[in-house]
Ligand binder design. Structure first.
Ligand SMILES: O=C(O)CCC(=O)C(=O)O
Length: 307
């Protein structure tokens, strides 16, 4: 396994954008399928995240299944359990990558999954997979998902750092991959590993005597079904406590055209009223608005018809 990876030091979170000749984080993400931002979070933030999440790790039973693992603890609803996670979900360095990769293919992208993951000592290597496998639609064209693994402890080859197959996004999915070709996403705590939903990867085996702890925040196109049911995890009474930008990311926002509404309106109306008697209001892309106007401009109007 190789340990050299496209990584951006914390001093250059914009991926050396201003330095001519150097690849940007976006270039690295597109070419290799992943990029690591080392120490993107200050130590104090990592301490706070761990303090908020540790009681939940203690209270949550271990996973059951060959995908989730048998010696791993995972839990969701992270924004509810950890206020410190809000800033991670909205981190400007991450959002700038999402704007470029997901932005062109939807009205807006959404938070797909929040999942804290602790690999306990003795956990075996996870099966290689791609996160886009969840959606049974044609692959190899657009990206459906971008994942961020925030390291809340150091990630090392010994304790189960994520394994990645660089450039696998350009190949067909296989589970029988050469481990020697994998890159170990070794990174100090506070770092962020960003990878494409089309990249083959898996959790490594934890052969150390300490747990490896990470926080997955993944994002997908706004018209896809999210892995985590945001409206059950964060019903309006919960989501109203969140920053508006986070509510938007969770799906409290109409996706044009007319997708994900509540009583035909932008679901953000739920922060003002729970009424079930609201007028349905079009939410259409500008091109469709124009098209409909032109259609009706050509239609002869009968006497008494609305404009
Ligand atoms: O924990 C990791 O390093 C990766 C986990 C993963 O890929 C998953 O559970 O989908």
């Amino acid at each position: 396994m190789t340990e050299s990876f496209p990584s951006i030091p914390a001093s250059e979170p914009g991926a050396a954008a201003g330095a001519p000749g150097l690849p940007t984080a976006l270039d690295l993400l597109r070419a290799s399928g992943y990029v690591i931002f080392e120490r993107l979070l200050p130590d104090a933030t990592v301490d706070r995240l761990n303090a908020e999440l540790d009681p939940w790790f203690s209270a949550t039973p271990r996973c059951q299944g060959d995908f989730y693992g048998w010696n791993t603890t995972r839990f969701g609803s992270v924004p509810l359990k950890s206020p410190a996670s809000h800033a991670l979900a909205l981190h400007p360095v991450i959002l700038s990558l999402l704007d470029a990769v997901l932005g062109p293919h939807c009205d807006w992208y959404q938070l797909n999954l929040t999942q804290a993951v602790r690999l306990h000592p003795g956990e075996r290597r996870q099966v290689p997979h791609r996160d886009e496998e969840m959606w049974p639609c044609p692959k190899g064209g657009i990206e459906y998902l971008v994942n961020v693994m925030w390291a809340l402890s150091d990630f090392t080859a010994r304790n189960g750092a994520t394994l990645l197959w660089p450039r696998s996004q350009f190949t067909r999915l296989s589970r029988e991959l050469d481990l020697a070709q994998a890159t170990v996403a070794a990174m100090p705590r506070g770092s962020a590993l960003v990878y494409l939903g089309s990249l083959t990867h898996c959790a490594g085996a934890n052969r150390s005597d300490r747990p490896r702890t990470g926080l997955i925040l993944s994002y997908c196109l706004g018209w896809l079904k999210q892995y985590e049911n945001a409206f059950l995890s964060y019903p309006p009474a919960v989501a109203r406590q969140f920053p508006p930008a986070l509510r938007d990311l969770l799906g409290y926002r109409i996706h044009r055209p007319n997708l994900g509404g509540y009583e035909g309106q932008d679901p953000a109306v739920l922060f003002e009223t729970a009424s079930h008697s609201l007028p349905a209001v079009d939410a259409l892309p500008a091109g469709t608005v124009r098209e409909l106007r032109e259609f009706y401009a050509r239609e002869p109007r009968e006497a008494g018809e609305a404009p």
